[in-house]
Design a protein around this ligand. Sequence first.
Ligand code: ADE
Length: 273
Amino acid sequence: MRIDVVTIFPEYLEPLNVSLVGKARAAGRLDVRVHDLRDWAHDRHNTVDDTPYGGGPGMVMMTGPWGEALDDTLADGYEAGAGRPALVVPTPSGRPFTQQLAGELAERPWLVFAPARYEGIDTRVTDEYRTRLPVYEVSIGDYVLAGGEAAVLVVTEAVARLLPGVLGNAASYRDDSFAPGAMADLLEGPVYTKPPTWRGRGIPEVLLSGHHGKIARWRRDEALRRTVAHRPDLIRRCDPAAFDKRDREMLSILGWMPGPDGRFGPSPHVMEE
Ligand code: ADE
């Protein structure tokens, strides 16, 4: 996969040299190129932003430098035979970035990231490139960052670990929280490693039992427990057919029961508390 990032802070993308993404690059599975947007600015001050039409606070990134930067970057990739590109624009007003979208992006041969600073990029830039290639405007969460660079790191890491041969153990992402179909979309429960006792704290007996069925059940119970506590919306969203008899018992212990439509929600006496 080829990844281009156009940014006014190339040094912000340094983390792409380390850990999983760095190794994928070194192994030749990922070709990452970071470009300085100011290389496409034309005045003495390398200006890339201007005041917003209609007034208001902050600055808006200008069409000129972005248009030239993206044209040159795309031309270079096409020449190198990078395949069909997709443009990824991180913005708090984008669609939520999910594991499913990470999987979709991982199928593509070439991603071009356009992270913005200030109040964002003049909308005509995305409008223009949408006529030529798929454009994904994505938000990594309901909070506002100072710029899209951190979101580029997040998206790149989530995508890179799905590329063939990048993760040592292909099974490791099948059980991920949010992996399609995994654990019926529950969060992963707690994990333990050696030593068996630390500061007086042991580990759940069942994990030492060697009984795979019981261990799987325990993990599922803990996943249900954690999901109810941290992401009750995921339980409500679950197709009730994904819950077996033991799941239902566990949910009942946690104070959740099926409503009129069969979907699970907190039982009324729990909600009153
Ligand atoms: N830029 C600023 N905030 C962002 C967010 N939450 N997601 C993606 N890009 C952003």
